[in-house]
Design a protein around this ligand. Structure first.
Ligand SMILES: NC(=O)c1ccc[n+]([C@@H]2O[C@H](COP(=O)([O-])OP(=O)(O)OC[C@H]3O[C@@H](n4cnc5c(N)ncnc54)[C@H](OP(=O)(O)O)[C@@H]3O)[C@@H](O)[C@H]2O)c1
Length: 249
C-alpha cells in the first residue's frame, strides 16, 4: 500500500450506491486501505454480501439499505452512520441512475428518478457530509460525475442525463468556492468517468452493448479514488476526467 494512504486506516468512509459497479469496487478499495466502510443501495442481499466480503478481508463494514430517491432516506443514512461510528471522514457520492430516451419521449417517472437520485440525493448527502466534516483536520468528498456532464454526445438519448450531470458538476464547483470562502479543510473532488463496464451502462445501452473500445472497469475509478486520498492535505484534485483508451468523445 502507498505510504500516504496509511493515514486513512481506521477512518470512516461512506460509499453510496455500492451494490454494484464503481461503488462496489471503491468500497473494496477503501476497505483494503483499512478504512471503516459504510455502504448503501436498495438491494439489501447484495449489500449484506458485500459487507460479509469486506469483513472477511478484515475490514469493518456497515450496510445501510436505503432508497435514496426518498429525501428522508438520505438523512437517515447519515444518522445511522453517526450513531454507529461517529462523523465520517470520506464520502464517495456515487449512487446514480440513467434512462436513455429522447427528451420528447422520456417518461415522467424516468426524469423524476434521474433528478431525485443523481442530483437531489447527491446534494442532500453533500449537505450532511459538509456539516459533519467541518471540525475534521482532513476530510474528502468525491462526487462521481460523468463525461456526460462535460459534453453532449449526439444521439443515444442521453441528453437529460447529461443535463443532470452538468448541473451536478456546476453545483460541485459552487460548493468548492463556498468551502474555500469559509476556509474549510474539506477537499471536494469530482471524478467524471467515460464508459465504465457496469450494470448501469448495460441497462442504458441494452443487453449486449457493442463497444468500439475496451471500457473502463469499476476498479479503474477506485484507483483514481485512492490516488485522490493519497495526495497531501494541501492538494485538492478538483476534477478528474477519465476516458478509456480510444474513447474519443
Ligand atoms: N457506467 C458508466 O459508464 C458511467 C459513466 C459515467 C458516470 N457513471 C456514474 O457512476 C455512478 C455509479 O454508476 P455505475 O456505473 O457503477 O452503475 P451501477 O453498477 O448501476 O451502480 C449504481 C449504484 O447506484 C445505486 N442506486 C441507484 N438508484 C438508487 C436509489 N434510488 N437509491 C439508492 N441507491 C441507488 C445502485 O444500487 P441499488 O440498485 O441496489 O439501489 C448501485 O449500487 C453513477 O453516478 C453514474 O452516473 C457511470
Amino acid at each position: 500500500m502507498n505510504d500516504r494512504l496509511k493515514r486513512w486506516k481506521g477512518k470512516v468512509a461512506l460509499v453510496t450506491g455500492a451494490t454494484s459497479g464503481i461503488g462496489y469496487a471503491t468500497a473494496e478499495a477503501l476497505a483494503g486501505v483499512g478504512m471503516k466502510v459504510a455502504i448503501t443501495g436498495r438491494r439489501s442481499e447484495r449489500l449484506e454480501a458485500l459487507k460479509e466480503r469486506l469483513e472477511s478481508s478484515g475490514a469493518e463494514a456497515l450496510a445501510l439499505t436505503a432508497d435514496q430517491s426518498i429525501p428522508e432516506a438520505n438523512h437517515k443514512i447519515f444518522q445511522r452512520l453517526r450513531d454507529h461510528w461517529g462523523p465520517l471522514d470520506v464520502l464517495i457520492n456515487n449512487a446514480g441512475v440513467a434512462h436513455r430516451s429522447k427528451i420528447a419521449d422520456l417518461e415522467e417517472h424516468q426524469l423524476q428518478t434521474m433528478f431525485d437520485v443523481n442530483l437531489r440525493a447527491a446534494t442532500l448527502c453533500l449537505q450532511e457530509a459538509v456539516k459533519e466534516m467541518r471540525e475534521k483536520e482532513e476530510a474528502v468528498i468525491i462526487n462521481i460525475g460523468s463525461m456526460s456532464g462535460h459534453r453532449l454526445v449526439q444521439g443515444g438519448g442521453g441528453a437529460f442525463y447529461a443535463g443532470i450531470k452538468s448541473a451536478f458538476r456546476v453545483m460541485t464547483d459552487g460548493l468548492r468556492y463556498e468551502l474555500a470562502e469559509e476556509k474549510s479543510r474539506i477537499k471536494l473532488c469530482m471524478i467524471s468517468p467515460g464508459l465504465v463496464d457496469t450494470e448501469f451502462h448495460k441497462i442504458a445501452a441494452g443487453e449486449q452493448p457493442e463497444y468500439q473500445f475496451t471500457p473502463l472497469q469499476g476498479s479503474d475509478i477506485a484507483d483514481a479514488v485512492l490516488y485522490i486520498l493519497s495526495t497531501s492535505p494541501t492538494v485538492q484534485i478538483s476534477d478528474m476526467m477519465i476516458r478509456c483508451t480510444r474513447q474519443m468523445t
